[in-house]
Design a protein around this ligand. Structure first.
Ligand SMILES: *[C@@H]1O[C@H](CO)[C@@H](O)[C@H](O)[C@H]1NC(C)=O
Ligand SMILES: *[C@@H]1O[C@H](CO)[C@@H](O)[C@H](O)[C@H]1NC(C)=O
Length: 469
């Protein structure tokens, strides 16, 4: 072989080996005018797993007791949203105009709850699903002579009909619902069962309810009140859908529910593996669809880090990994823990000042995967992520050993026990010299041979803040 050919082959081999260039993605303001993801608490984990929190009942007094803790013990983390999930409203009908109303057996004074929360610097969230009630077909939409039944038909399986979103009166119905929320002092709307994406769980969901997201956004805009719109669950990530979510929602769920459903603990590690794999898919799709800038923030579902293992269902190291990844993603930090039963580890994770400084960073720059050894973006048991670098050259790096794949982790490998996770700056797509600060250990670490290395147990991770040195 001629020397030139050898030289060319060597160059080609190097090109195959070299990590792909890093395409930095950043978050811009959401459509609702928010520059960071929501932080707070949502009731659903405790509703769905009553054995995990026997003292909790889904009613006004119990919710208020939970949410008061946001203001008393977690104030350092600026956790403001107190979000009521499914079941706060009357299940099968609206008021005289078909508007959604509180179930007063559980929430006797919703405006009173909102005032109480506001007096403590907190905010109120409510839960809705698309469509009007089948029981309300004969009612007239507020401010019109149009009956609900003339613009809403069929049965989507949630005691509701399916709107014809081309009818102007349908927007008027949404406006009337949101205006009443405004009068009550609502600050956050979770809109569930949105398709394409939401799985059919015994419902009969129409293939595309994205118009509902647009209608709720328009209703929020006309109300004049700043409210977040969070859409759920496991929303479709095709370019067409993703652009609709990005243009109309402040946050979007990336996966199905995380909670254990009727178990003694709130979450299982295998489900967390699935959630992290769904975030990976989401941000890789986001890079493809949006390139440099994304507006909508990911909602990875409830952050079950506040309680000890007997309630949370995950170890301390795994809880730290949850916190690390929710922060890394710039995701909603909405805990589903029993706030009346927080342990010191949970309070530490939720209020750690340096971790929250990272959250301020990832509110601008979400983490994306960079496989150790290649810089690719595939699912891996031993994984690395990078957020940024920012214009100042700062970055956040996460290293993790997710443990043997329990089925939905996407990587399918099964390396048991402690593993060395090592990523080079080249793998990360970075060059230059950095001071590497380990957030949870609160110390600077040494970088040798252009790589960062950690020995990590199954489920453990490291959260690192890099500043150019
Ligand atoms: C509803 O009908 C009544 C009686 O015909 C009419 O006076 C009123 O203007 C109508 N309202 C609207 C909003 O169209
Ligand atoms: C880490 O290094 C930076 C830059 O040298 C320094 O400012 C900072 O105080 C160090 N932090 C710790 C915890 O040692």
């Amino acid at each position: 072989m001629a020397p030139l050919q050898i030289c060319l082959l060597a160059t080609m081999a190097m090109m195959v080996m070299a990590a792909p260039p890093l395409q930095v993605i950043s978050y811009d303001q959401t459509v609702g005018g928010f520059n960071s993801a929501a932080r707070g608490w949502n009731s659903f984990g405790l509703q769905a797993n009553p054995n995990a929190a026997p003292s909790f009942s889904f009613n006004q007094a119990s919710v208020q007791t939970q949410c008061d803790v946001l203001a008393s013990n977690l104030a350092a983390g600026k956790y403001t949203y107190c979000s009521l999930d499914s079941g706060w409203s009357v299940d099968f009908n609206g008021d005289g105009y078909g508007r959604i109303i509180p179930n007063t057996d559980k929430f006797s004074d919703l405006p009173g709850l909102a005032s109480h929360l506001h007096s403590k610097g907190l905010e109120l969230g409510v839960y809705v699903v698309p469509g009007a009630f089948l029981a309300d077909l004969d009612k007239t939409i507020y401010g019109t002579n149009t009956t609900i039944g003339s613009v809403c038909s069929g049965d989507e399986g949630l005691a509701r009909c399916v709107f014809d979103y081309t009818q102007p009166a349908v927007q008027t119905w949404h406006d009337s619902v949101v205006n009443q929320f405004t009068e009550w002092g609502v600050d956050f709307i979770k809109l569930d069962f949105i398709t394409p994406g939401s799985p059919n769980n015994g419902q009969n969901l129409p293939a595309d309810q994205s118009a509902s997201v647009v209608a709720f956004r328009k209703a929020i805009v006309q109300s004049g009140r700043q409210m977040r719109l969070d859409i759920s669950w496991k929303l479709d990530r095709s370019a067409t859908s993703f652009r609709i979510w990005n243009a109309n929602a402040d946050s979007m769920r990336t996966d199905q529910d995380l909670n254990n459903y009727n178990q003694n603990t709130l979450v299982a590690w295998g489900t967390v593996q699935r959630a992290l794999e769904n975030y990976r898919q989401w941000i890789v799709a986001g890079l493809q669809v949006f390139g440099e800038t994304l507006n909508v923030r990911p909602d990875l579902d409830s952050l079950f880090v506040g309680n000890g293992e007997s309630v949370s269902g995950v170890t301390e190291a795994q809880r730290q990994t949850l916190m690390t990844h929710w922060i890394g993603a710039g995701a909603n930090l909405i805990t589903g823990s029993d706030l009346t039963n927080l342990d010191s580890v949970g309070v530490g994770l939720l209020t750690n000042a340096e971790a929250l400084r990272v959250a301020d960073f990832t509110a601008r720059y979400p983490m994306q995967p960079r496989n150790p050894g290649s810089g690719d973006q595939d699912p891996q048991q031993l994984q690395a992520w990078i957020a940024g670098p920012s214009v100042d050259g700062e970055a956040v790096v996460v290293l993790a050993n997710y443990g043997p794949d329990q089925g939905d982790g996407g990587y399918g490998t099964s390396l048991s026990g402690e593993q060395t996770v090592s990523v080079s700056f080249e793998d990360l797509g970075m060059s230059g010299e950095y001071t590497v600060y380990d957030v949870w250990a609160d110390k600077n670490i040494t970088v040798s041979d252009g790589a960062i290395s950690y020995d990590l147990d199954e489920g453990a991770s490291a959260l690192l803040y890099l500043t150019p040195s």
